[in-house]
Design a protein around this ligand. Sequence first.
Ligand code: TYD
Ligand code: MG
Length: 413
Amino acid sequence: MGGGVVPGSLVLIGGDPGIGKSTLLLQVANKLSYNLPRILYVSAEESGQQVKLRASRLDVGEEEGKENSNGNKNKKKNNGKVETARENNLYVMPETDLEEILRELESLKPQVAVIDSIQTLHFAALTSSPGSVAQVRECTSALMQVGKRENITLLIVGHVTIEGAIAGPRVLEHLVDTVLYFEGDRYASHRLLRSVKNRFGATHEIGIFEMAQRGLVEVDNPSELFLGNRDEASPGTSIVVACEGTRPIVVEIQALVSPTSYTSPRRSTTGIDYNRLQQILAVLEKRVGVPLSKLDAYVASVGGLGVGEPAADLGVAIAIVASFRDRVVDPRTVLIGEVGLGGQVRLVSQMELRLKEAAKLGFKKAIVPKGQSFPSDMGLEIIPISKVIDAIIAAIPSEKSGDFPVIAEEDEI
Ligand code: TYD
Ligand code: MG
């Protein structure tokens, strides 16, 4: 949230059904209730009983030192600190009727209210059904008015359909102060909370969580999630350092190229931008002389973290070449740089942060664009390069410059 939640602001939390929005917000509401006297959780999707079941699974509302139903003393320890949940501070209201909710907000005057979800609220004065654009818009602006008037922070959940056609929440994005998206692979346990709009702070920040038995747990060292097994590095993998907002994350890139059995070769990406892959393949073919036009190419980022940044280009290029030549890239080397159309490697932002993260995780070498500035002692051996071909020679030690006929170097831009 860029330093905290601004009182009286309206935050929209979007995400696919089942991704964990209700879980996250119940945990957040619970944590807030440690320090704030009145937190309201409006459940418009689940009955009071269902919320209670979830709450007990998450240890929500259990007072420290209180006897629970098994007769055990329930002590919550978090980093050695004992946290005290005052269960009387967290109010749960199973309700779908907008006017009832507005009345409750005005009489209880909570500091924070969670509305789960906006698509299931119903404003009786409108004939359209819950979830329709008219209902969603009307309910949001009514909530917003009360929120601003009473200085209530509203955390509103919106479902996003699988196809990403966000009929509901998208129409709200311009109305609200902050938009967070909760995403991740439903079949893998980690989840990303991404800020896509923030009137009060930086956007593109992310929070990384793991869905565990007892709810969401913050991941302390996210880079480890996105690294494959480094002890048995296989041909065609490389390591990049992506920056999500101000947060650097080390991610493994995997590439597989193989002769195609189609008339036009297949190109496929997971977590990497498709057009950038096409561009990198063209640069490798034309500028470095790697004959890829008759080969299928598959490129993926491990753990499914989307790496949209150009700074990952160099890692993608090296992974492709390594797969093509069936070589292993030194597993202790990270690659950072944008690949230009002329085969040159271009400077990227936030280099210092990226190098620090790599050093922290035990990487030994970094191949970076020449001319990039950062403090001299980063705890890594730095290899500055200016062309993709130089990066290939540095990253795949057995490569010699003669291995690739460097084409069209003279008409480089
Ligand atoms: P939920 O918060 O209901 O998702 P949303 O509100 O976005 O629709 O999350 C549902 C999923 O989370 C469900 O598949 C079960 C799983 N889950 C856990 O793995 N551990 C838990 O402690 C809880 C409460 C849920
Ligand atoms: Mg839910």
